[in-house]
Design a binder for this molecule. Sequence first.
Ligand SMILES: [Zn+2]
Length: 172
Amino acid sequence: MLRCLALDNFLKGLAKENMRCPYCGNLDDRVMESRMLANGESIRRRRECNSCGYRFTSYENIEEKPFMVVKRDGRRQPFDRAKLEKGIERALEKRPVSTAMIENILTEIEDQAVMRGKAEREITTADLGELVLEKLHGVDKVAYVRFASVYRHFENMDEFITEIHKLGVLNE
Ligand SMILES: [Zn+2]
């Protein structure tokens, strides 16, 4: 992927506020990496707590409002790339897909999620799940079914089996 180091360093310089460490609560952290997301208005920063060494990610836009995910019950929480990564890695476990490929999938989903939720600065877990499904569908059908069974909550076994037949996974 093309990266602009000058832009990254510029963005790094803009990180004026320290974030509270989600692990130990300390307010002293350093920014390891900043990246402008595809919408050109949001910045993702990799941070490391200077107190306990915990690494976390923050999302900011020019209004410094974090990009949020709206859960099924209506609660909002900050978009968490690590959590998304875990879900995708679980779906792709023991599948012939490289770590670099997973990283690419993750970045594409992240960019699309931020673009789709541009106006409201948020995306629903359902929309996010659909983005992941679209992506996995093109990459690995088994991973797609694994992810779908968790996120789409198939109504019944028939629906699940119909989906699998549609994909031809059983013939692989
Ligand atoms: Zn800490």
